[in-house]
Structures are given as structure tokens and as C-alpha cells.
Design a protein around this ligand. Structure first.
Ligand code: DAH
Length: 344
């Protein structure tokens, strides 16, 4: 008996030693320790032994079984360690490898220009106001001294929803809305950026949709020289310290007097060239002193208050500042164009 158990043990240990994977180990476990295995067999045959031998053989059989079990567990752990080590080796991560670059977008040049203009005017004490893009005939035209049959309406044909509701053709209605909200009490000092729409045929300098920035300053004793000073300051900050402005008489129904504002040509510095059509000047915006009727309609006493207003095209500002030759570049989402404004 003793010899048989000893031989069984050696045989099992040899097989454990030779096992190369979990499955082979499992086979050894089942064949030696299972219910039909040789050790169970020995224990079953103990009935035939003498009372003296029985406990000795029993103890030995248990020892052999424990020994096989321990060795199986050890080998199992050793095989697992090898597997993990191998996996770690194979799946090694090289953290020094360069990553995939993430392409960063850029601010749209129109948005960048709006923000730059806002910054400049905020620095001059203005705040930013906004109004709706779908506007009533009243605010878009009538409150700005353009009654229903006024011929100046022809210059701003619009997209109408109904007779009284349209896509605004200018940011000027925000003037009327802002003044109304002040209930006749000044000062009012705002700029109003936003999208406007006109029934126009698109070409290099026209688009049926574009952006404007409106300006409005109402207070006691606001004079034309204030308008000139503010615009001169703006132009110098936006285009450059060496640029000058000039005011030319013009007409807008909501201002009296009205002016067009020109800035010295960047290309020739005012001497005259192809870009400025030999004049030395380039037109940048419209402006004027707020018409007394417009003040009154929006609740301000025109004997007590006066003010100036101006309106400029954002695309035009951007085109002049960055030398862009076609307004349609702004709307086509061409990354070759947009990527040029990375540092703006
Ligand atoms: N709303 C005018 C336009 O779209 C621009 C303009 C001119 C606005 C003079 C003003 C202004 O506030 O005073 O053509």
C-alpha cells in the first residue's frame, strides 16, 4: 500500500511538472483527485486492512492527496504568472509615441471682427444691445422716419412674411427698440451687432444676408463733433493709428444731418490708387445726428435730448482690413480661407 501511494505521488508530481497549460493541469487534477481516481480507490480498499495498518494508510493517503493538491495549485499560479507576464510584454504601451493631432477650428473672421468692434466701443463706454431678426414694419421702417410710401424704402427691399412682418433690412430698428425701453430718459449709449437681410442679387460685394453694427448715443448736448471724435477714435483703433476720416454730406431718413464716413486708403495712404479709385478715400459707414422725429417717436423729448447714430457693414470692415476681394468667401465654409484667420 505504502509503495503504491508513494509511486502514485511521484507519478502525479511528474505529470504536474510536465503540464504546460491550465487544461493539462485540470486533467491531472481530475484523474488523481477525482472520485474515480487511484487515491479514492486506495481509501475504498482500506476495509481489507488490519486495524493497525488502517490509520497509517489513511493518514498517508490524505498526505499524498494534500501534497498533489498543493503542487497543482502552485503550478496553476505559476502558469498564470507566466501568462500575465507574456501578455504585458505583448501589449506594451509606448507612452512616448506622438499622439494623433486634433485639428483646432478658428473663430470665423466675421465673429472676430464683431468682437473686436465690440471691445473698442465698450472701451468708449458703450454697451451691447440686440434685437430680433424677424422685425415688424414699424420698427424696421416707420419708427425710423420711413413711412409706408417713403421712396427710400426702395433701397432696402426685403423678404416679407406678411405685410407687417419681415426679415430686418438693417440693424437700425434696434435703435428704436432701445430708446423705447429707456422711457425718454438718457443717456443711451449702445452698439447693436446682428444679421440683416435684403432682396439683392449676390455678387462680389453684395449678399442677400450680411451683418451690420449699429451705434447710438443719446444724451444732453450730444453734438456732431462727438460723432466725429468717436468714429475717428474707432477707425484709428480698428484700422491703424495713421488712418484719418472725413465726413461727406449724405442722406438717411433717420438722421439730420446725415453723412457718409470715409477713411484714408490703406494701400496708397491717401495719395490715390486703383483701390480707392484715385480719390485717396474709402467709404466705410453711414452716420448722422438722430432725426428729431425719430427721437420723439421713441419717447425722447427732442428739445432736451440730442444724439448721433451710425451703421456699418461687418463684411465690409473685414474686407477692408484683411484685403478680401469677394464677400462670398465668408459664407462658403472653405477651410483654406477660414484657416488664414487663425491668429486674428
Ligand atoms: N441703416 C443704414 C443702412 O443700412 C446705415 C446707417 C446709416 C445707420 C446712418 C445709421 C445711420 O444709424 O445713422 O444703410
Amino acid at each position: 500500500m505504502k509503495e503504491t501511494l508513494e509511486a502514485l505521488l511521484q507519478e502525479a508530481l511528474g505529470k504536474i511538472e510536465a503540464a504546460e497549460d491550465g487544461r493539462a493541469l485540470q486533467e491531472v487534477r481530475v484523474s488523481y483527485l477525482g472520485k474515480k481516481g487511484p487515491i479514492t480507490e486506495v481509501l475504498r480498499g482500506m476495509g481489507k486492512l488490519s486495524a493497525e495498518e488502517r490509520p497509517k494508510v489513511g493518514q498517508m493517503a490524505n498526505e499524498v492527496r494534500d501534497e498533489i493538491k498543493t503542487k497543482l495549485d502552485e503550478k496553476e499560479q505559476a502558469l498564470e504568472d507566466i501568462r500575465v507576464a507574456k501578455q504585458l510584454e505583448e501589449q506594451k504601451l509606448d507612452v512616448t509615441m506622438p499622439g494623433r493631432p486634433i485639428e483646432k477650428g478658428t473663430k470665423h473672421p466675421l465673429q472676430a471682427v464683431v468682437e473686436e468692434v465690440e471691445d473698442i466701443f465698450i472701451g468708449l463706454g458703450f454697451s451691447v444691445a440686440e434685437g430680433p431678426e424677424v422685425e415688424t414694419d414699424y420698427y424696421n421702417f416707420e419708427a425710423l422716419n420711413l413711412p409706408k410710401d417713403h421712396p427710400a424704402r426702395d433701397m432696402q427691399d426685403s423678404f416679407y412674411f406678411t405685410e407687417e412682418l419681415l426679415l430686418r433690412t438693417q440693424t437700425s430698428p434696434v435703435q428704436a427698440r432701445t430708446m423705447e425701453a429707456h422711457n425718454g430718459v438718457g443717456p443711451v449709449k449702445v452698439i447693436c451687432p446682428g444679421r440683416v437681410f435684403r432682396r439683392d442679387n449676390d455678387d462680389a460685394t453684395h449678399s442677400h444676408q450680411f451683418m451690420q453694427i449699429e451705434g447710438l448715443y443719446i444724451d444732453h448736448n450730444v453734438r456732431m463733433s462727438d460723432l466725429r471724435g468717436v468714429l475717428d477714435s474707432f477707425v484709428k483703433r480698428f484700422f491703424g493709428e495713421n488712418r484719418e476720416i472725413r465726413l461727406r454730406p449724405s442722406f438717411f431718413p433717420f438722421t439730420e444731418p446725415s453723412v457718409e464716413v470715409d477713411v484714408t486708403c490703406a494701400l496708397c495712404g491717401g495719395k490715390g490708387c486703383r483701390v480707392c479709385k484715385q480719390s485717396g478715400w474709402i467709404e466705410v459707414l453711414g452716420a448722422g445726428m438722430v432725426h428729431p422725429k425719430v427721437l420723439e417717436m421713441s419717447g425722447f423729448d427732442s428739445n432736451e435730448y440730442s444724439g448721433f447714430a451710425f451703421g456699418m457693414g461687418v463684411e465690409r470692415l473685414a474686407m477692408l482690413k484683411y484685403g478680401i476681394d469677394d464677400i462670398r468667401h465668408f459664407y462658403t465654409n472653405d477651410k483654406r480661407f477660414l484657416a488664414q484667420f487663425k491668429r486674428v
